[in-house]
Design a protein around this ligand. Structure first.
Ligand code: B3K
Ligand code: ZN
Length: 869
């Protein structure tokens, strides 16, 4: 297959002004009539070529005249009409089969309802169209269906007409006044309950809000509705952005390939990211719902009003919108805790991607299937790039640049260059060097070396950056890297300093490193400092520091930058775990670490949510990325043994903490209440590393007394770590209690997939034949197979290679009907070069087997073959 390249971009040959669609909905044979008002874009004599994948043609007409069969050509991918006027109306009719569509792209059925997913290139599975984001048109959509089976008929924009028809049918007509690319088109039809509310915008307009869910589930949409209203308010206050239609709708569906979709005025959500009540959703679910509702809503401006010129610009809307939703969540739930969670996610998903064969630019320059580029690099690293831009320019200038962007590009499809230009224009700064963050793949390594001269009271800080080669990019340039820093004395007091060339003493500075190596001099430093670098994780890099452990202990106890206080604990734990994994355990260091953690837990000023994060050690996959070659079994053992030491050393303290945080009274979903639950469950999780009877009993008691899903899952997860009969009993009880709730049963599958026990793969294999397992439902499939492959490294990387074979079998099975979901599971095999050679060879063998399979999708082929290069 031929890659698509950014450098080949050409403006569309034809533009579409108006789109009229008419859907006659039938599950197996839906008729789609389309009337497009087209015009030639510029002077040329090219034929009209429209995308359309496996559409069953019924008719084609231009300006009311049916075309002769030899006037056009249809392939499985497109419709070409050799000669067309400069401006004309094209009418086509096709038949499609939503019921047979298990790829969940285009128009498909989920739980007996019609539902669509068009981003990135699904619209071409519905009708013929120039399926590219730079063709913006106004849509009118008429939907007709059986009234009893499909009582609600929804599409984008405003409902302009509806009514009953003969034969038990009915119709609705929707008009969207805002020109949009076809990837934002949506249609939903079926039986749905409604949760209604409204919002008055900053200019005083009333917007109707509707959330549509499975019958009986409306109460579970209350939190999503509340999140939506807070998002609308926040975007007005923070970015001056007001909602533009009179109606905003969200629909929840069970079968969805990813999280949610920002279709104009009609967001479609995976039900796992919308439905919540205390009994069935964890605090993590609540948090995600709040963040994703905000994300999709924020797309209305960053994505919909201003969209991407081509799919290479995906980070223009995604990185920016993730940055916006992270900022929102930080304002809702506390900036530091949010930042730590975002950085943990970046390290868990983006750093491994950037360190392996699938590493790519934030703005890629070629692809086979754009679906494969909805990655942590585009989203999360894309958000980091925006955050750095804000750090470098300052909050005020950043806002000015955003304002200019909204003003200059509203109603257009544009590029990352045009976005950055807005910030260059408002600030007068040359941001051309900054652009390298979009074009250079790989995680830079930042080395920090401090030399203190006690006599001169001066600190020399040498910062060096280097990025290892990534596929297709052997030579890397230094990047403009904002480093926020401060100094502490060894008693933990803040030290002031004067940066060379400045007069006023300061306690914090942001330096922008732009060379491979730079030495900074700080004067007036009263005593030997612990240097707190990269505060708030001011750049997405890996810090390597020669600072002694005692400096990290100072930071863990007293760094006023709470991110770095947390980070100091992570650094200490990482070094101890890696030393033990390498066969050189530092027992004294481990005791010292346990002591320090005990003190940190006693800190009355620290928030419970923060302490919960402090208690969770760097993840096994994080540790695997930095150890070369990685030995997942050794990492797990070393990590567990440090956890066991903490559990034993801090046992009484942890049990007291666990007991003391027991909830009384009404459930609250607030960040504070969730923080207390998080700390209580983190204490229990740590105690699970020491499976003596009092801890097992405590976990059993916790599970049995749980009054909400967070605690139930916390108990179940702790029992899972300890294994044995109590876990089996809890599993059975949990299943019996929740078997009618698909979202809860997903959790039941996932917790088993994370089991550390020897027979974990056997259990997972057994579960693939469980009556509730359904590979056609992406949530269920990912809960079992995805969790095992990505969330259970020690068992997935079993020396037998059986874990790898299992994953490859699953990828190939699902690829037969849902390539997008299959391709997302290739990543765990992709890092084969970083593992012990025996493991790497076995992983590689499975990738080879996948690539050699006949009839493989382009999606899986692209990722598996790139992983082998
Ligand atoms: N824009 C969608 C993602 C679409 C994925 C298509 N394969 C959701 C989001 O990022 O908001
Ligand atoms: Zn998005």
């Amino acid at each position: 297959p031929q890659p698509i390249r950014l450098s080949d971009y050409r403006p569309p040959a034809f533009l579409v002004d108006e789109v009229h669609l008419d859907f006659q909905l039938e599950p197996n044979a839906t008729r789609v009539r389309s009337r497009l008002t087209l015009r030639r874009n510029g002077e040329h004599a090219e034929p009209l070529r429209l995308d359309g994948v496996r559409l069953k043609p019924v008719s084609v007409a231009i300006d009311g005249r049916p075309l002769a069969e030899d006037a056009y050509a249809i392939t499985p991918e497109d419709l070409t009409i050799a000669s067309v006027p400069d401006a004309f109306v094209l009418e086509t009719e096709v038949e499609i089969d939503p019921e047979g569509n298990k790829a969940l792209e285009g128009l498909y059925m989920s739980g007996g309802r019609f539902c669509s997913q068009c981003e990135a290139e699904g619209f071409r599975k519905i009708t013929w169209f120039p399926d590219r984001p730079d063709v913006l048109a106004r849509y009118t959509v008429r939907i007709e269906a059986d009234q009893a089976a499909f009582p609600r008929l929804l599409s984008n924009g405003n409902l302009t007409q509806s009514g009953a028809l003969a034969g038990g049918r009915h119709f609705a007509i929707w008009t969207d006044p805002f020109p949009k690319p076809c990837y934002l088109f949506a249609l939903v039809a079926g039986e749905l309950d409604e949760l209604a509310d409204s919002f008055v915008t900053m200019s005083g307009r009333q917007v109707e809000l509707r959330i549509y869910v499975d019958p009986g589930m409306a109460q579970r949409a209350l939190y999503a509705m509340d999140s939506l209203k807070r998002s609308m308010k926040w975007d007005e206050e923070t970015f001056g952005r007001e909602y533009d239609l009179d109606l905003f709708m969200i629909v929840a569906v069970r079968d969805f390939n990813f999280g949610a979709m920002e279709n104009k005025g009609l967001n479609v959500f995976n039900s796992s990211l919308l439905l919540a009540d205390p009994e069935t959703a964890t605090d993590f679910d609540y948090e995600r719902i709040e963040g994703v509702v905000a994300h999709e809503y924020f797309h209305n401006w960053t994505g919909n009003r201003i969209t991407c010129r081509d799919w290479f610009q995906l980070c223009l809307k995604e990185g920016l919108t993730v940055f916006r939703d992270q900022s929102f969540s930080g304002d809702m739930r506390g900036a530091v805790v949010q930042r730590i969670k975002d950085v943990k996610a970046l390290r868990a998903r983006q750093f491994p991607e950037d360190a392996g064969p699938l590493a790519h630019q934030v703005r890629p320059s070629s692809y086979l299937k754009i679906d494969n580029f909805y990655t942590a690099t585009i989203y999360e690293k894309g958000a980091e790039v925006i955050r750095m831009l804000k750090t470098i320019l300052g909050a005020e200038m950043f806002r000015k640049g955003m304002d200019l962007y909204f003003e200059r590009w509203d109603g257009h499809a544009t590029t990352v260059e045009a976005f950055i230009q807005c910030f260059a224009d408002v600030s007068g700064k040359d941001l051309s060097a900054f652009f390298a963050w979009y074009e250079q793949a790989g995680t830079p390594k930042l080395e920090v070396d401090a030399a203190y001269d006690a006599e001169a009271k001066a600190l020399e800080l040498t910062l060096s950056q280097a990025t290892a080669p990534t596929p297709g990019q052997p030579d890397k340039q230094p990047l403009p890297l904002p480093v926020a820093l401060g100094l502490l004395d060894l008693d933990g007091e803040v030290l002031s300093f004067r940066q060379e060339g400045t007069l006023a003493p300061a306690t914090e500075a942001v330096v922008v490193l732009d060379q491979a190596r730079q030495t900074l001099r700080f004067e007036g430093v009263a005593s030997e400092p612990a240097v707190s670098v990269l505060r708030g994780f001011s750049a997405p890099v890996r810090v390597v520091s020669a600072a002694p452990a005692k400096h990290r202990y100072v930071q863990l106890a007293a760094d006023p930058d709470l991110f770095n206080r947390w980070e100091a604990g992570q650094d200490l734990a990482r070094d101890l775990i890696l030393a033990r994994a390498a066969g050189e355990p530092d027992e004294v260091g481990e005791e010292r670490f346990a002591e320090a953690m005990g003190r940190a837990l006693n800190d009355q000023a620290a928030e419970p949510a923060f302490k919960a994060l402090l208690l969770s050690l760097p993840s096994e996959s994080d540790l695997a990325v930095i150890s070369a070659p990685a030995d997942p079994a050794a990492i797990r053992e070393a990590r567990e043994s440090l956890r066991a030491r903490l559990a034993i050393h801090l046992g009484d303290q942890l049990r007291r903490l666990h007991g003391g945080l027991q909830e009384a009274g009404e459930f609250s979903a607030s960040a504070e209440a969730a923080g207390r639950r998080a700390l209580r469950n983190a204490a229990l999780e740590l105690l699970a590393a020491d499976p003596r009877a009092i801890n097992v009993d405590r976990a059993v008691g916790h599970f049995q007394a749980a009054g909400n899903m967070t605690d139930a899952m916390g108990g179940l997860a702790a029992l899972m770590l300890m294994g044995g009969e109590p876990f089996e009993q809890a599993l059975t009880a949990f299943y019996e209690r929740w078997k009618a709730e698909p979202l809860v049963i997903d959790k039941w599958f996932a917790v088993q997939a994370r089991s550390p026990s020897e027979d974990a793969l056997g259990r997972v294999l057994g579960l693939t034949t469980h009556p509730d397992f359904d590979a056609k439902n992406p949530n269920r499939f990912r809960a079992l197979v995805g969790t095992f492959a990505a969330g259970n490294p020690a068992r997935f990387h079993d020396p037998s290679g059986d874990g790898y074979r299992f994953l490859a079998d699953q990828i190939l099975a699902v690829d037969g009907f849902n390539p997008m979901t299959a391709a997302r599971l290739v990543e765990p095999l992709g890092g084969w070069r970083r593992y012990r050679p025996e493991l790497g060879a076995l992983m590689r063998a499975q990738l080879e087997r996948i690539v050699a399979t006949e009839g493989l999708s382009k999606n899986v082929f692209e990722l598996a073959s790139r992983a082998l290069e």
